[in-house]
Design a protein around this ligand. Sequence first.
Ligand code: 0PR
Length: 349
Amino acid sequence: MQRAEPQEFERVLSSMCTEPHPAAREAAERFLATNPGDPGTYEQVARLESEAVEMLGAITGLSEPEGYVTSGGTEANIQAVRIARNRADADDPNVVAPEHAHFSFRKAAEILGVELRTAPATDYRADVDAMAELIDDDTVCVVGVAGTTEYGHVDPIPAIADLAADAGTLCHVDAAWGGFYLPFTDHRWHFGHADVDTLTIDPHKVGQAAVPAGGLLARSADLFEGLAIDTPYLESTSQVTLTGTRSGAGVASAVAAMEALWPEGYREAYDREMANAEWLAEQLAARGHDVVGPELPLVAADLSRPMTAELRERGWRVSKTGADELRVVCMPHVTRSMLRSFVADLDWY
Ligand code: 0PR
């Protein structure tokens, strides 16, 4: 059998994953056979997980962070909804989110038997008044997105947190993708800026850790209590995670990446990727395309005709928004010279 190789990143413009930092790659390999799901047995990786949570807390304005390294943003969002559902005493629980909330909330709703109510957005951002209209006595959680999947926009998190507080529900922020960019912007998005209860931030996206390494944080330990399941035969007697055996490689690589990059390396990445996104937006606008953003390093553009198929023929991995716009995610592996040859290919058609 031929040795299989992963894809090259040189034409990947559609992904929210990226080449891991070299230190993250090395740490992942060292911890491949460890299981943070059994902290009594795998003590070193359990300690590393505490370090990961500490560092994620530093990034998100939380001085005594509670949380764990999830399998990704999907698990973190499911667990945030689970926390909210279990904590509330609602007969027919619902979650209120903007329409652009990631599809993982639809999975959460289905699995947990919670109704997902989505409100229309204005200018690609959550419309707080429209969200307010959907809240009732059975609302258990109000969601804001800090770095949307399709456009990279940031919802007005303080206003959403106020809405949640007024309704007596939890406020969850999904910063799965945006969380490692936002510290270098003026946006108000984290625990230190608003009464946020839970937050998703994924090291395996902009954090440059190996896959799988997502992150779920909570303002206080009691929020996790409602998730605890007894694990009688393990040395640790309860578990709050969704999965059992978990990736020690993900945990170790998250710590290694954050130690190497927080904060200066991430700041440099933000500056570089934002400059690339702005450059691409200008190039597309100069060619007469309607461009959305960039608010964070993600550009969406309504090309005069659909070209995704031709671009894919030429090896580009590009994605589309729900409204059929071209969507380019300027991740760390996306260089200016890649974008130059991408634009040259667009001109060719
Ligand atoms: N929340 C937000 C805001 C996201 O953008 C994503 C994923 C998630 C949650 C879920 O995270 P996990 O995929 O880690 O569970 N956003 C990307 C998307 O759905 C994920 C992705 C990553 C897609 C790499 C493609 C790809 O190559 O588009």
